[in-house]
Unconditional design. Structure first.
Length: 227
């Protein structure tokens, strides 16, 4: 990824295994781009994800599928830094790399789903993340992290961080380089990568759950067909 002017608008960072990337991922990124008024959303495929078992497809294939899925949207870009890095794909390290490239002043916005956000305290150097970026939490409409706080679903550590950093104003990500937790609504789409893999393995069609170029790539390279 080339360095950008630090005075440019907020850059969204959307990491994941993307095994494979599907319509739910793309719609989430599009809604984050529009709601938070991000300059772009950078997809960061994990090379060696630390929080789950080994991906079903190689990092090179997952990177290729993300590039195919995002190629026609000028709001999207792809960062291959985790794919080619040595060791586990830790978000804190990726954010440090981006800070070094983009400067201290540009807002960075880490985009997370609600489930990933609840697990944030299990991440490597998780408290450093808010020193490096904002965190935008994608929720189903009418639901937000403060609902988890009321229900006790958040860990005490994360609840304490929310009390200090939560903002319900999407514009908060434009006011400083890092440090806010901002919820935003997303259209609920019940699509998962495991669902897509299961359909393909069973010999069924996954069409309309992921972009056609990605589906064509999967068929051409015979991904997800084995046991």
């Amino acid at each position: 990824m080339s360095a950008a002017n630090p005075e440019s608008g907020p850059l969204g960072i959307f990491g994941g295994t993307f095994d494979p990337i599907h319509i739910g991922h793309l719609r989430l990124a599009q809604e984050a781009h529009e709601t938070l008024r991000l300059s772009q959303v950078s997809f960061v495929p994990a090379g060696d994800p630390p929080h789950r078992g080994a991906p079903r497809s190689r990092a090179a294939d997952r990177l290729a599928m993300v590039r195919l899925a995002t190629a026609r949207n000028p709001a999207f870009m792809v960062d291959d830094g985790e794919v080619f890095a040595q060791g586990k794909s830790y978000t804190a390290l990726t954010l440090e790399r981006l800070r070094a490239a983009l400067g201290a002043r540009r807002p960075l916005v880490l985009i997370l789903g609600a489930d990933a956000f609840q697990g944030l305290p299990t991440w490597h150097r998780w408290r450093d993340i808010l020193q490096l970026a904002h965190v935008a939490v994608a929720n189903r409409p009418g639901y937000a992290p403060h609902d988890d706080r009321k229900s006790g679903a958040l860990s005490p550590e994360l609840d304490a961080v929310c009390s200090d950093h939560m903002s319900n104003d999407p514009g908060a990500v434009r006011e400083s380089p890092a440090g806010r937790i901002v919820p935003f609504d997303m259209t609920p789409l019940a699509i998962s990568a495991s669902q897509v893999r299961g359909l393909i393995q069973a010999g069924r069609s996954a069409r309309y759950l992921l972009p056609d170029p990605v589906l064509d790539y999967i068929e051409r390279h015979h991904l997800y067909h084995g046991s």
